[in-house]
Design a protein around this ligand. Structure first.
Ligand SMILES: C[S@@+](CC[C@H](N)C(=O)[O-])C[C@H]1O[C@@H](n2cnc3c(N)ncnc32)[C@H](O)[C@@H]1O
Length: 349
């Protein structure tokens, strides 16, 4: 048999794709085991390899390579024989840090499971998840926003005089309630109410207690229930109904005249331009069931309006759109970059 000519395209072109994919998997698992074994808690203080491996009960050589990998990705520093957390790990990976992101990272394991059994996932053979959010998702959202988006959002909102003049604020689908907790710290005269599903509010109350806040909770399903009164302000962040005209109408009806409706949302636009967007959209559809209210594009739901349609609808209802702020953050639950918009609309009639 004749040996074929060398192919016209080098195999390295393919191998590079495989390498980078597989290295991502290795790094994710190193990060996961490091969190599970509390390596970043231990490395808050300097340790030699032997000190660390004996504390963790890990083989010395394997521990060496894990540490060297963490060093290469910038999560550990090395001075002489001593390893210690880098600043990045110290802020975000130490379990007692107020910016700890352990839940954000470990929550990705569930998504990893869907990818690891892609044959089953593509056939829809998954444990059918309800659309309701589970307690750990609330923790993930809280951890995520506290690392910057919360402060950025609150700084923007407090620039509006209407916020300082408000006596009541409804945090629609407020989840953890961190936004309300922060608003009421800045303006103690404002009564904040977190509206969410009853089972979620159990978690909300834990955050209210932790931050010694007087924020109140209102149980309800925004698709079925009204918002239990009228408010001077309605705030909503990544609310699954945040692009839905019926929910916008309910917000309008529950807002006092001259009140602000602040709505922070991901509005899909020019989707699928990058590989990351395609992967996100594919993953979003892994759990898009017949009865689910999810739309076909990430973070979208059935009946959603496009950004322009939503703005037009707000005006039709009787809002003046005062500002649109762009908020760009990486999102842990859904992956990669999301380009979010925060609409500030005032009820003028
Ligand atoms: C992505 S989380 C956003 C949480 C928080 N506002 C934030 O931005 O971090 C979406 C929230 O919507 C709530 N939610 C979903 N469907 C709901 C419904 N039908 N009625 C009330 N709340 C709902 C969830 O329980 C969850 O707390």
């Amino acid at each position: 048999m004749i040996i074929p000519e060398k192919p016209e395209i080098p195999y390295e072109n393919l191998q590079m794709i495989i390498e980078s994919a597989f290295n991502g998997l290795k790094i994710f698992n190193i990060l996961k085991i490091s969190l599970e074994m509390k390596i970043f808690d231990t490395l808050s203080h300097e340790h030699t390899l032997t000190e660390l491996s004996s504390k963790l009960g890990m083989d010395n050589l394997l521990c060496f390579y894990i540490l060297e990998a963490l060093l290469k990705i910038g999560l550990v520093d090395k001075t002489g024989d001593f390893y210690q957390n880098s600043k990045l790990a110290e802020i975000y990976l130490k379990s007692d840090s107020e910016y700890n992101r352990t839940n954000c990272i470990l929550s990705l394991e569930e998504n990893a499971g869907l990818w690891n059994s892609l044959d089953q996932t593509l056939q829809g053979n998954l444990e059918r998840k309800e659309e309701a959010f589970f307690p750990n998702i609330i923790q993930v959202m809280a951890e995520d926003c506290i690392a910057g988006e919360l402060q950025e959002t609150v700084n923007l909102v407090e620039k509006y005089t209407e916020f300082h003049d408000s006596k009541s604020l409804l945090d629609l689908a407020g989840g953890h309630g961190m936004y309300s907790i922060a608003f009421s710290k800045i303006n103690p005269d404002i009564e904040c109410y977190v509206f969410d599903l009853p089972e979620v509010l159990v978690e909300t109350r834990k955050y209210i207690k932790k931050y010694e806040s007087n924020v109140k909770t209102v149980p309800g399903n925004f698709y079925k229930d009204d918002f239990a009164g009228t408010y001077d302000m309605i705030f909503s962040s990544y609310n699954p109904g945040g692009k839905n005209p019926d929910i916008a109408k309910k917000a309008y009806e529950s807002l006092n005249l001259n009140g602000l409706f602040v709505n922070k949302q991901y509005f899909p636009e020019n989707e699928n331009k990058t590989l990351e967007e395609v992967l996100d959209n594919l993953e979003w559809n892994f759990t898009n069931f017949e009865k689910s209210l999810k739309g076909e594009t990430r973070y979208s739901f059935k009946g959603d309006l496009s950004f322009q349609e939503y703005l037009d609808y707000l005006k039709e209802l009787g809002f003046e759109v005062i500002d649109v702020h762009h908020i760009d953050h990486l999102n842990p639950s859904f992956g990669t970059v999301s380009r979010n918009k925060m609409i500030i609309a005032k009820k003028v009639r």
